[in-house]
Design a protein around this ligand. Sequence first.
Ligand SMILES: C[S@@+](CC[C@H](N)C(=O)[O-])C[C@H]1O[C@@H](n2cnc3c(N)ncnc32)[C@H](O)[C@@H]1O
Length: 285
Amino acid sequence: MIEGRPSDTALQVAASRAAHLRFDPAPHLLDDIHAADLLGPEALALVDGYANDGPWLLVENRLFIPLRARYVEDRLRDAHLRGIRQFIILGAGLDSFIFRQPEDLTELRVFEIDHPSTQIWKRARIEDLGWTLPENGCYVPCDFEKERVSEVLEETDFDPNQPAIVSWMGVVYYLEKPTVDAALRDLASILASGSEVVFDAMRPWDELPERYEKVRSVMAQYLSGAGEPHINRYRREEIIDAIRMAGYSEALVEEREDVERRYLTPLKTEIPLSHRFRLVVARVG
Ligand SMILES: C[S@@+](CC[C@H](N)C(=O)[O-])C[C@H]1O[C@@H](n2cnc3c(N)ncnc32)[C@H](O)[C@@H]1O
């Protein structure tokens, strides 16, 4: 992160969600109709980079990024049926759930937690748009490298006696592994039984098809220029161990084929599911 500037990757992933609506035919994985507005006039140009004739890596992201948001929102919907009413979005970036929350997810409380640099920018953007944060939402600033989520949540009406769904999408690989471990432990210490932490983790290079190796240095250059290098990758067993060691009762790592069948097959798209990421759930027993 570069202090005083919004996360560049947060703008990019919002652009990929806007691009999914612009370039992919319906049905869509996620109707993020707010992403383009949130990006604003300057960053909106990023959406063009995700067109069919753009770099294949971005075209893949155009599906995976909305997919991971949809995945967590599907888990939230299931959790709501079980009575869960708290939703924490860690490293929220330009996440727009709060503005498009389905009416049937009643009594939901939403906590948007993010690095202050990104959150300040987003709040200013929302003000420029003339939007108002719905009453069931609140913003909580937090730098995961310096502060604990449990501490910042103490300043809010988060109820640790009630379970919550935690979305931690697109963040883990920007943190040192000890920070990830500490954050998982910290969350486990405040989340009531029935809670879930839902996130994506990057797979090691040697598990990826060769085509990724060819774009490795271009990607690394962009990410370090943005001040957001990818600094960790996990094998399946490693992430399961990290979750268990942090005190969770269960670790679920989705199989790529299952994700593909559930989310991409209905789209009848030619675009492959990205190999780079794993969808992971840490459950509190
Ligand atoms: C790729 S964006 C993901 C945004 C959002 N979760 C999504 O999927 O659209 C990465 C997010 O992680 C946040 N982030 C990165 N490092 C952080 C840190 N040390 N503390 C808090 N947030 C951080 C950034 O502010 C940014 O919002």
